[in-house]
Write a protein that binds this ligand. Structure first.
Ligand SMILES: Nc1ncnc2c1ncn2[C@@H]1O[C@H](COP(=O)(O)OP(=O)(O)OP(=O)(O)O)[C@@H](O)[C@H]1O
Ligand SMILES: [Mg+2]
Length: 224
């Protein structure tokens, strides 16, 4: 399965989620590839802070990266793509390469509305790749906040489900990334690590076909 984290809004947690999702999958013994498709190369920089990485990290920060990404992914059980902030062409190619596009959003912030461009990329991708799935993921959530009705309506309107797992804003995530560590190496028993555990479990369930819902079904579900 090829899972991408994509939102052209910067700083929503794409790299944090991509690195730690890859790390969690690698811990289960899977052969995992992390593709850094962001010209900022944050994932690649994270990898450069280390002597070895628990998964393979490759850089494809360019438009039309999909073909190479899919060819490379054939050798791995799971491929994770760290998407770019800005750059329509790369975003489009990331979507095309993906089986599942995860769109991190910060609840309450303006990022929800900035996802419009990403949703457009997903919809364009779906026209070319029918089985493509996309979901929202609440990221960097402040404790004691709830996802507002506005956010739910926005997701329903886009025909995109919101994952049940929510990633809270937790310092351990920032500390681990800066130190060139995965959250499991930095603080294995932390709540942050548990967030990623839950996320990966839910993402893998998405890979098992029954739970995959097209935009129409998601819309129906939202209306029900
Ligand atoms: N859940 C979280 N809790 C606390 N800090 C976080 C969390 N997620 C991300 N951060 C921090 O927020 C900053 C931006 O995160 P990150 O680099 O993962 O976002 P991004 O979407 O990849 O950004 P960009 O668009 O620039 O690539 C980083 O300093 C990171 O450590
Ligand atoms: Mg990033």
């Amino acid at each position: 399965m090829i899972i991408s984290f994509l939102n052209q809004k910067g700083g929503v947690g794409k790299t944090t989620l991509a690195v730690n999702t890859a790390a969690r999958l690698a811990r289960s013994g899977h052969k995992v590839l992390l593709i850094d498709a962001d010209p900022q190369q944050t994932s690649a920089q994270w990898a450069s802070l280390r002597e070895t990485t628990p998964f393979v990290v490759a850089s494809l920060p360019r438009p039309k990266m999909a073909r190479d990404a899919m060819a490379m992914a054939a050798d791995y059980t799971h491929t994770i793509i760290d998407g770019p902030a800005r750059g329509k062409d790369i975003a489009h190619s990331v979507v095309i390469a993906s089986d599942l596009v995860v769109i991190p959003i910060e609840p309450g912030g303006p990022s929800l509305w900035a996802a419009t461009e990403t949703i457009e990329a997903v919809n364009n991708g779906r026209a070319l790749k029918e089985q493509l799935e996309a979901v929202f993921l609440v990221s960097r959530k402040q404790a004691n906040t709830v996802i507002g009705r506005e956010a739910k309506a926005y997701a329903a309107d886009a025909g995109i489900q919101i994952l049940r797992t929510e990633i809270q804003n937790r310092v351990a995530f920032a500390e681990a990334l800066t130190a060139g560590r995965t959250i499991f190496e930095w603080a294995a028993k932390s709540e942050a690590a548990k967030d990623i555990e839950r996320l990966v479990k839910e993402l893998l369930r998405y890979g098992e076909h029954e739970n995959i819902r097209g935009p129409e079904k998601a819309r129906q579900a939202a209306d029900a």
